[in-house]
Design a protein around this ligand. Structure first.
Ligand code: NDP
Length: 242
């Protein structure tokens, strides 16, 4: 299988790249700016013996994504699996939220998913085969204080993916959402200690999730074991209440 992962250089995307490579798949992943992290990951994944290719690509830029997708298919062959993990936060109460923070988050998190999935849906529908997993968040399901922009983008991903599942299902293409709670990545590292403690009080298992735990769920959804699952939103949050 050939997989394409947006935002694969760090955090959850990185764990997905390693999981898929370990399972014997070729993987193309993109990142926006942290070339060192991308190169480290390519080296680390090499031990699994599959092809793992990194490309700098801003998912908010439609042309960048089109080029990345075409280059991947030329280098690694047709893409069977897509994971969109590229995402950012710009947290602030709505009354203090500048337009730029709103636009940047929506462009990266929601437009980015549209750009990647449009390329994938076109190519997968033609081949009548493919699976897509888009990363949303519990913020997109339940909302969250200080995250109106982020929650809107993540709720948008849910409506988008459910629609895509209906359109592409008859053509043999599945699309699902994974909505994580608090997962131990750089993104959560940006939270204050107090905010993190407050959130953990509401998590039944009493700890943050690990990127590898999310990656296992993503890998399952991409596999044939999930052949009858599409249009679903799978929450993974250690029994959190939000
Ligand atoms: P990280 O901040 O750890 O990593 C983000 C990744 O996305 C990096 O590889 C980064 O590359 C890449 N990226 C960011 N912007 C762009 C862009 N414009 N174009 C291409 N790549 C980009 O995030 P997480 O791993 O924590 O999050 C992954 C996904 O999971 C996100 O969509 C997030 O919203 C979601 N999520 C995370 C949760 C958590 O608790 N961590 C909870 C719920 C959802 P670079 O370093 O080069 O910028």
């Amino acid at each position: 299988m050939t997989a394409l992962v947006s935002g694969g250089s760090r955090g959850i995307g990185r764990a997905v790249v390693l999981r898929l490579a370990q399972d014997g798949h070729d993987v193309a992943f993109c990142y926006r700016s942290d070339q060192d992290a991308a190169e480290r990951l390519v080296k680390e994944a090499a031990e699994y013996g599959t092809q793992v290719v990194a490309t700098r690509c801003d998912v908010a830029d439609a042309d960048d994504v089109r080029d990345w997708y075409a280059r991947t298919e030329a280098e690694l062959g047709a893409v069977d699996a897509v994971v969109t993990s590229a995402g950012i936060t710009r947290d602030r109460p709505l009354v203090l939220m500048p337009e730029d923070d709103w636009n940047q988050v929506l462009r990266t998190n929601l437009d980015g998913v549209y750009h990647v999935c449009r390329a994938a849906a076109f190519s997968m529908s033609k081949r009548r085969r493919g699976a897509i997993v888009n990363l949303s968040s519990v913020a997109g399901v339940y909302g969250n204080t200080g995250q109106a922009n982020y929650a809107a983008s993540k709720a948008g991903i849910i409506g988008f993916t459910k629609s895509l599942a209906r359109e592409a299902g008859p053509r043999g293409v599945r699309a699902n959402v994974v909505a994580p709670g608090l997962i131990e990545t750089d993104m959560v590292g940006d939270m204050t200690e107090a905010a993190r403690e407050r959130q953990l009080k509401n998590v039944a298992l009493g700890r943050l999730g690990r990127p590898e735990e999310v990656a296992d769920l993503v890998a399952f959804l991409l596999s044939e074991r999930a052949a009858y699952i599409t249009g679903a939103v799978l929450e993974i949050h250690g029994g959190g209440t939000f």
